[in-house]
Design a protein around this ligand. Structure first.
Ligand code: PHE
Length: 340
């Protein structure tokens, strides 16, 4: 083997090493050039075939070649190692200035919020906050409220009857009766709670919804008192004066009975889909307590009278937050609830 062919081998091998683009390619080149069966090793075996006086020079040449190639290999390896490291660092890079996603906090249901606001308001006006059972007797839900057995509200369609003659209360009015029995006159009470009706569910009807009952019994209570409290209540909820009107309404437990409407908060009067183009929204049935109701609870209607109202908390929440489908409120969908 000639000196020239050694030089050629070195040149080719250097080329091979420099061309390696990855650590794997470089390793393959190292095996081919510097490995035990590589090009240099094969050239070393040639030395035995040379005449003895030429061997020393050839050996020197081979050693030089080996050194050159080893240095070249080391240099390439360092550079590829650095590349691999910086690529890895790039990949694992964290932006520590990015804001972390905050902890997910729960909050109160919109109806609970309105309920609590109203409890606070009425407490400040001297009203007691009372609670009553959701499973009621026929007496408290109907009879004691002057609802005769023939009244349509007793229709099987509206009431969930339970075995044994009890029922799921269809309104919070039975708590009026319990309040009168327990506390007697003079009386100022509210009773927020869940009520149930055997209705088919659609965008504006639910079988389960919330009311807030109110009652005030004293001497010489008039419709003016009723209106004052109703307007105070509505201003607190909507954070502004609302225009109201009274229409006659029939409820066996009040006389006279009214439907209190508010001017539509969405359109302000001219008419829109929410108020069904009428400009008014029915919100608050109320009236002066029927003397029969007082009498049945042991209160003398000759001395005492009062007003009562049954606010639809669910309807109110829908008005305040512009919710157009009642089913959202009990749907339990966080995408809905998280908006409040
Ligand atoms: N309890 C009646 C209802 O559910 C509402 C009401 C309460 C009306 C108090 C008058 C007075 O529908």
């Amino acid at each position: 083997m000639s000196e020239d062919s050694i030089r050629e081998l070195v040149a080719g091998s250097l080329e091979r090493i420099r061309a390696a683009r990855t650590l794997e390619e470089l390793e393959a080149a190292r095996v081919e050039v510097l490995g035990r069966k590589g090009a240099l090793a094969i050239a070393g075996k040639e030395m035995g075939k040379l005449p003895p006086d030429a061997r020393a020079a050839f050996g020197k040449l081979l050693n030089g070649a080996k050194q050159t190639l080893e240095q070249s290999y080391e240099a390439r390896k360092r550079s590829l190692d650095e590349g691999a490291l910086s690529r890895r660092l790039d990949g694992e890079w964290l932006d520590l200035t990015l804001p972390a996603p905050g902890p997910r906090r729960g909050h109160l249901h919109p109806i609970t919020r309105i309920q609590r606001e109203l409890e606070e308001l009425f407490r400040s006006l001297g009203f007691a906050v009372l609670d009553g059972p959701e499973v009621e007797t026929e007496y408290y839900n109907f009879d004691a409220l002057n609802i005769p057995a023939t009244h349509p509200a007793r229709d099987m369609q509206d009431t969930f009857w339970l075995e044994g003659g009890n029922l799921l209360r269809t309104h919070t009015s039975p708590v009026q009766v319990r309040g009168m029995e327990r506390l007697g006159p003079p009386l100022r009470m509210i009773a927020p709670g869940r009520v149930f009706r055997n209705e088919s569910v659609d965008a504006s009807h639910e079988h389960t919804f919330y009311q807030l009952e109110g009652m005030m019994i004293d001497r010489d209570v008039s419709v003016a008192h009723l209106l004052y409290f109703m307007k105070t209540l509505l201003a607190a909820i909507f954070h502004r004066e609302v225009t109201v009107r009274l229409r006659p309404g029939y409820f066996p437990f009040v006389e006279p009975g009214f439907e209190l409407d508010i001017q539509c908060l969405i359109c302000g009067g001219p008419g829109c889909p929410v108020c069904k183009q009428s400009g008014w929204v029915e919100l608050l049935p109320c009236g002066l307590v029927n003397p029969n109701v007082l009498r049945m609870s042991g209160i003398d209607p000759g001395e005492w009278n009062g007003f009562a109202f049954g606010l639809g908390l669910t309807r109110l929440a829908m008005m305040r937050y512009g919710i157009d489908d009642i089913r959202h409120l009990q749907g339990g969908d966080l995408r809905f609830l998280e908006q409040f």
